[in-house]
Structure formats: C-alpha cells, structure tokens
Design a protein. Structure first.
Length: 302
C-alpha cells in the first residue's frame, strides 16, 4: 500500500483554485520532494495531507486513512517539521524531548533521538544557546520523537550555510535508512537532486512534471551542451560539423547537440588526427534547476 495516495485533489479559497486536481502516489520508504514556486499550492497540499486543512474535492489516503477524519490515531503516526517552531527556550534539549515524548504511544528513547540528530553534546544545553543549525536539528528531533511512519519536512535547510546543509542532508539520509517515508518541500534544487527518490513540480495548483530527479522533464534524454576552449591557432571554421557553427565567447566554444556521444566522437577524432588538445572539454545536460525554471516559467501566471 502506498504511504500517500491522492486523486483529483481540489482546494478553493473563494474564486481562487489553489489546488486544481492534483494526483500523485508516494511509496512507503520513499523520499519524495514536492517542488514549486511560492503560491503553487505546495503548502495547501501538505496541510491537507497532515489533516490540518479540509479539501473541497478528491480523495486522499495517507498511511491507509483519510487525514480529514484520522484523528489522534493518525496524528500519532506522522511527524511534522515546520520551517520554524516555537518552544520554551529555557528548557534543555533533553528536557524538551522528555516533555513531548509522552504525547505518543510508542516514542523513541530520548537519548537515541538526540544521538540520531547529532545533538549528543548539547543534550543538557538550553535551547536559547543553540545555533541556527542546532535548533533545526532539535526541530527534527521533535518531529521523530514519536517514531512516525511518515515525516513531513517543510524547507528543512532554509537559511543554512553550505556546510550545515550538507550535514542536514546526511541526517535526512539517515532517516531514510530507518525506513521512514519522507515528504520534502524545498526551494533548493540541489537538495532535491541529492535527497529525493522522486520529485513532482507544482505550478498554479497543478502537477506539471513528475519523475526521478535525473529523468524529470526529459533530463536524461534531452539535448546536451558541449563546451571547450578553442585550441590555439584553430578558428571556428576549422572545426568539424556541428562545431563550426558553435557559439564563441571569451575563447570558449559552445554547441548544443541531440546526440552528444556521436558529436564527441567527431570532435575528439578530428583532434587526435591533428595531434590537437581540446582544453576544458565538458559535456552537460540541463540541470534540475534548468528544468524546474522552464516548467514553472511556462505555466500561466495566477
């Protein structure tokens, strides 16, 4: 049974259709990233899944129950990590977790959770003394203290420096290894690329693309860009087709091709025959961010 199953989800606010017929499936044990610009319908969709907002149309099943009527039994099986949380900053990390743990029927041991999120050396520290990254780890600790089957992560690394983000990624990977299902929202495409098994892009309340980070939007089969420094003494006109029509800027030649393997064979064969080195040769396909921007830019404005 899928962890999340949505069919034809619709939510309206007056004349605005914030979610306009969303359908998707998230499998058990999967890290699924929900991407989209502000106003795309991500927050509304997630709040409906969490049971915090009602829907107007469609069917929703989360962990086999309808979150609109799941009640406490449902909430005890999910963990929610918001962008920011409010709690007593005078308490220590361990005290705060011991306060929350009894709210669940089968909580994880407090010491174990502190270890999982990497706060063992801060267990007795007051919340007010924690850094931003440490506070975010505490947010996550509170989200998993009840040993949930499904975890909602809302922009988990917003405001983090690159080092703190990488550490958080390792932490989320650790949750995956525990067999947890994770629904992640993020504006960082590299984060989705690194963490997610699959992604869906929302725009104007609709899913405009869905798939693995490598294949979404045809990334795995689309055109590739070949770029290299023009060898000394070589003009564009000297290069074999299709490189003779390459775009040249600052001594770097760039061409987009549908079949990069064949094009590279032509270029390198030409260079080897003439004993010419092709400096700074790179081949790239559109990044997840490129695809995301194209998908969301093509969607009509709200």
């Amino acid at each position: 049974m899928p962890a999340i199953e949505i069919e034809g989800l619709v939510k309206r606010y007056g004349s605005l259709e914030a979610v306009a017929g969303v359908s998707l499936i998230v499998e058990e044990g999967e890290v699924f990233a929900l991407l989209g610009p502000n106003g795309a319908g991500k927050t509304t969709t997630v709040e409906i899944l969490e049971g915090h907002r009602t829907r107007d149309e469609g069917s929703v099943s989360v962990l086999g129950v309808d979150p609109a009527s799941g009640g406490r039994a449902y909430r005890e099986r999910i963990g929610i990590v918001l962008q920011s949380s409010g709690f007593d900053r005078q308490l220590s990390v361990a005290e705060l977790l011991r306060l929350f743990a009894p709210m669940y029927p089968h909580p994880r041991p407090v010491g174990e959770v502190i270890e999982i999120v990497g706060l063992a050396d801060k267990a007795d520290a007051r919340v007010k003394t924690l850094s931003g990254g440490q506070t975010r780890r505490l947010d996550l600790a509170l989200g998993i203290i009840g040993d949930p089957d499904l975890i909602f992560l809302d922009e988990p690394t917003t405001g983090f420096d690159p080092s703190a983000r990488r550490r958080s990624w390792a932490l989320i990977d650790g949750l995956r290894s525990l067999g947890k299902t994770i629904l992640l929202t993020t504006h960082y495409m590299d984060e989705a690329q690194h963490l997610a098994d699959r992604v869906a892009v929302l725009a104007n309340g609709r899913i405009v693309a869905e798939g693995t980070p490598d294949e979404i939007g045809g990334r795995d089969a689309g055109s590739a860009r070949i770029r290299f420094a023009l060898p000394p003494g070589v003009a564009l006109g000297d290069l074999p087709a299709p490189f003779g029509t390459a775009h040249l800027q600052g001594g770097m030649a760039e061409v987009t091709v549908a079949d990069p393997t064949a094009a590279l064979h032509v270029l390198t064969g030409w260079a080897v025959e003439r004993s010419i080195e092709v400096p700074a040769l790179t081949v790239t396909r559109p990044s997840l961010e490129d695809v995301y921007l194209a998908l969301t830019d093509e969607a009509p404005d709200e």
